[in-house]
Design a protein around this ligand. Structure first.
Ligand code: ATP
Length: 868
């Protein structure tokens, strides 16, 4: 159903055209329309097809070298060599293709977890549905921070403005209203409409869906079709660059070697050629970028399992390096399951009992709280649902608690709303104008200091102290007030000083036990946790103490912050952990001040105005449940459960991913160096090669795709959260890594040549000696893998050595493959091997164990020195 010019016609006509009603469609109607119009989703961008993706695998320096080598060996009619080379090329491409596919689908699955939701009316009830199920005729409810889920004709708009840059390119928000506009008005001037994909920046709205999916304006111009995100982070990009640079260097070296061998050493070209190809293949870290990409994808999945959804991949690195986490209080450190526990009115103080959102409980001592309860229930946008005795809240949990309280008092809530000023964290109150049995009344609820200030004729100091006392006990405090009126609009100016105070409401919102544990974990990991809340200073300090923040007693409020200049702020911000009554602008200033002190900051946010602070933070984290779409779009990570514990888990996973990337690199580079050095040294020394070119190709193929990849799956090491965060600018190619490369390459050389010489000395044939040398190399690589798995502690405990399923699978696979090429006659012919005697086999494993012992002792000495 495509409506013609809904913007130029009255809202009522549009409803009629769409066969819609103000109270919304029925579930059956919605289902029928969905079947007719299809899902409210834009067609996916055509991702690269499988064939193209497969061909792209061949676009790689190493593959060029190998293909050239295949041509040359083919011309020389060395068919076995050609066959092996082609097998290597094909295996590389297939594995790259499969890995990349897995990584891409992992990312896609994660992105679908962020599917937008929309609040709609169905049969008069407010329900939240998946945005894709919206249909023309649905009545959608929106508030500041929401992303518009479909094209809407406004039926109701209060203080509404929307940012429509994705459609019009204009980043200044446009005011919206329900009045029809000229039929030929351009999109940007059709103020009676909200467009799919734009953001509500302020106010509230109610609108009827006029178009969904591809029929929307954004669908028609083919917007939102941002390409597939590159699977990369700064670190991976840096390594990619390094690997490419290294490849060219290696090609240069092997070209020189070839020239030297032919012209100076007078070696036969055909043998030498295969040898230098083998050197190139073993030295080039071809698998590195692909394995790192897989490591990232696995990290993204691990984080998603821990309820942290990565929106921007580089965040996976930055979250692992944060040194400060600035977090909201409500819902993140606390459960956001509120209950009204205490109220105070001029008639006295009352305790309220009852659990959850059920409107059942007692008031003691008994008293008349009807005025307070009426205000609590009417100045309210939430709804309570009773599902088989389990009461749940739709909307703000605090308002849900107020509704439950109103229910306990038995307040009649059947009044119609004429006007409202929605809650905004900047003015900290909400007002409604209702017409009911008690007459035409404005009800106001909000932060006590704000609302008490609007009341005339009141002992401000007394009530201010009472509110403070409630807050100090960790209660979240609201003040309520009212005034009769005759008008049908709320005049904000008339509120100031004109209200009559009705009472204070204190709500409990207990800390999350898992957040307490997570705060302790962060502390052990050298990460400072700071609470930045819009709540009252007293409440904030009480909760901070319960949660275990380092310094809960000093609280800076937004007003205090305004008095500090940037230099003073930078000083204070280091030691203060609780910031109360803050505004989104304060959050931005705090991030900036913390970053100026060289700290790496994670910041949470949920409101539409938090976007700048989230963008500025090293890791911006939005709340998945209560967060606005605006905050989610600005964030790097989204918490599916709004829980602080998930932030700590994300840090842990972020550190794990970084460690694993480092492990992949620390395994690959020395292995490549060791493999290629063995051949280069033999070539230059004019000795027989300890391995044939085909054998080197084989080792490279089999270990590169198994052992190297196994490290991508490494779980979090025990010591991961026991050391301070790494420096953000710490280079991954550190002096330590270079030393490790040199040490391991040297030990590889010594061990392989040692075994090779030993075999020749015992009078073994050259092929047998080569078989022994090759198996030694593979065993060394396996031991090296077990060593690399534990960079934070010893590898010599059972738990550390036990390994993962992936590690054992690849070790078993490689062992089986090595046995096959060593003992199976056909393979012996292809690879030029001979059967190795049992004792020699044991000796090979013994050499591996000795190598492991040496590097482990070296690590222990190094860690010991570092600790001192
Ligand atoms: P956090 O920043 O940790 O999430 P918060 O939810 O308390 O804390 P805000 O949402 O900015 O922060 O609320 C600030 C204050 O405004 C609250 O302490 C409360 O006094 C008042 N307030 C919050 N929500 C409403 C509402 N729906 N109606 C009226 N007043 C509200």
């Amino acid at each position: 159903m495509q409506m013609k010019d809904p913007h130029s016609r009255p809202a009522a006509d549009c409803l009629a055209d769409l066969n819609a009603r103000p109270e919304g469609l029925t579930a059956t109607e919605a289902a029928e329309r969905l079947a007719m119009h299809g899902p409210n989703r834009l067609p996916e961008t055509q991702a690269r097809g499988p064939l193209l993706r497969f061909l792209a695998q061949f676009n790689n320096v190493l593959i060029y070298v190998l293909l050239a080598a295949a041509v040359v060996t083919g011309t020389l009619q060395h068919w076995i060599d050609t066959g092996v080379i082609m097998a290597v090329v094909l295996a590389n491409a297939v594995i790259g293709f499969v890995q990349e596919g897995k990584a891409e689908s992992a990312m896609l699955a994660i992105r679908q977890m962020l599917a937008p939701r929309a609040a709609v009316l169905r049969e008069g009830r407010r329900v939240t549905v998946n945005g894709a199920t919206l249909v023309p005729g649905d009545i959608v409810l929106l508030e500041a921070g929401d992303k518009v889920p479909a094209d809407l004709r406004l039926i109701e708009a209060r203080g509404l403005a929307a940012q429509e840059a994705i459609l019009t390119g204009e980043s200044v928000p446009v005011d919206k209203a329900t009045a029809p506009v000229a039929a030929d008005a351009p999109i940007g001037d059709r103020r009676s409409m909200l467009w799919s994909g734009t953001l509500v920046t302020q106010g509230t709205a109610r609108g009827v869906v006029t178009a969904t999916g591809p029929a929307t304006e954004i669908g028609r111009i083919g917007g939102l079709l941002a390409g597939v995100e590159q699977l990369t982070t700064p670190l991976v990009a840096q390594m990619d660059h390094f690997a490419r640079w290294l490849s060219f260097l290696i090609l240069l070296v092997v070209a020189l070697l070839l020239g030297w061998g032919v012209f100076v050493g007078h070696m036969p070209f055909s043998d030498l050629f295969m040898t230098v190809v083998a050197i190139a293949v073993s030295a080039i870290p071809e698998g590195l970028p692909a394995v790192m990409t897989i490591t990232l994808a696995i990290g993204v999945q691990a984080m998603a399992r821990r309820n942290a959804i990565v929106r921007r991949l580089p965040a996976i690195e930055s979250i692992g390096s944060v040194s400060v986490i600035c977090t909201d209080k409500t819902g993140t450190l606390t459960r956001n399951e509120m209950v009204v526990a205490r109220v105070e009115t001029s008639a006295g103080r009352f305790d309220i009992t009852g659990e959850g959102y059920a409107p059942r409980g007692d008031i003691s001592p008994p008293g008349d709280l009807s005025a307070l309860a009426l205000a609590a229930g009417l100045c309210n946008d939430a709804a309570l649902h009773d599902r088989n005795g389990v009461w749940t809240v739709e909307g703000d949990p605090m308002e849900g608690a107020l509704l439950a309280f109103a229910g306990k008092v038995g307040a009649p809530l059947g009044a119609s709303r004429l006007d409202a000023i929605p809650f905004d964290s900047r003015h900290r109150f909400m007002a409604v104008l209702t017409d009911g049995p008690a007459g035409r009344l404005i009800h106001v609820k909000g932060a006590p200091e704000r609302v008490l200030g609007m009341c005339g004729d009141l002992d401000y100091a007394l009530w201010h102290d009472r509110a403070e006392a409630m807050a100090r006990q960790g209660l979240r405090v609201l003040a309520l007030a009212e005034r009769p009126t005759t008008g049908d609009k709320i005049d904000p100016a008339a509120l100031e000083g004109g209200l009559t105070f009705t009472g204070l409401v204190g709500l409990i919102d207990p800390p999350r036990p898992e957040a307490i544990a997570a705060v302790a974990e962060c502390r052990a990991a050298g990460i400072r946790v700071k609470m930045i809340t819009g709540d009252h200073a007293g409440t904030a300090a009480a909760i901070a103490a319960q949660i275990g923040l380092q310094n809960p007693d000093r609280v800076l409020t937004g007003a205090d912050l305004d008095k500090l200049d940037d230099a003073q702020l930078a000083l204070e911000v280091a030691s203060v952990d609780v910031f109360a009554r803050t505004s989104p602008e304060d959050k931005l200033r705090l991030v900036t001040a913390l970053q100026a002190s060289g700290l790496s900051v994670a910041m949470t946010g949920d409101g539409v105005n938090d976007a700048p602070a989230l963008k500025r933070a090293d890791a911006g984290i939005a709340m998945g449940l209560k967060g606005s779409e605006a905050a989610k779009e600005a964030a790097d990570l989204v918490l599916a459960d709004d829980n602080f514990a998930s932030i700590a888990a994300a840090v842990r996973e972020g550190r794990t991913v970084y460690d694993n990337l480092k492990k992949v690199i620390s395994w690959t580079l020395p292995t490549n160096a060791g493999e290629s050095m063995v051949i280069i040294v033999a070539l230059i020394a004019g000795m027989s090669l300890p391995m044939t070119a085909v054998q080197i190709l084989w080792v490279n193929l089999i270990t590169g795709i198994t052992l190297g990849l196994a490290l991508a799956f490494e779980p979090t090491e025990k010591g991961t959260m026991a050391h301070p965060p790494r420096r953000r600018d710490a280079p991954i190619l550190s002096g330590e890594l270079v030393w490790h490369v040199v040490l391991v390459a040297t030990l590889f050389l010594a061990a392989v040549f040692g075994m090779f010489t030993y075999a020749l000395d015992r009078g073994y044939s050259l092929p047998l000696a080569q078989t022994i040398a090759m198996n030694t190399l593979v065993v060394l690589e396996i031991f090296h893998l077990f060593f690399i798995r534990n960079i934070h502690g010893t590898s010599l405990t059972w738990a550390a050595a036990r390994g993962t399923k992936v590690v054992w699978t690849v070790v078993i696979a490689i062992t089986a493959a090595q046995f096959a090429i060593t003992y199976v006659p056909v393979l012996q012919t292809v690879l030029g091997t001979e059967s190795v005697a049992l004792l020699d086999g044991i000796l090979i494993v013994g050499i591996g164990a000795a190598f492991f012992a040496i590097i482990e002792i070296e690590k222990q000495i190094r860690l010991g020195l570092q600790r001192r």
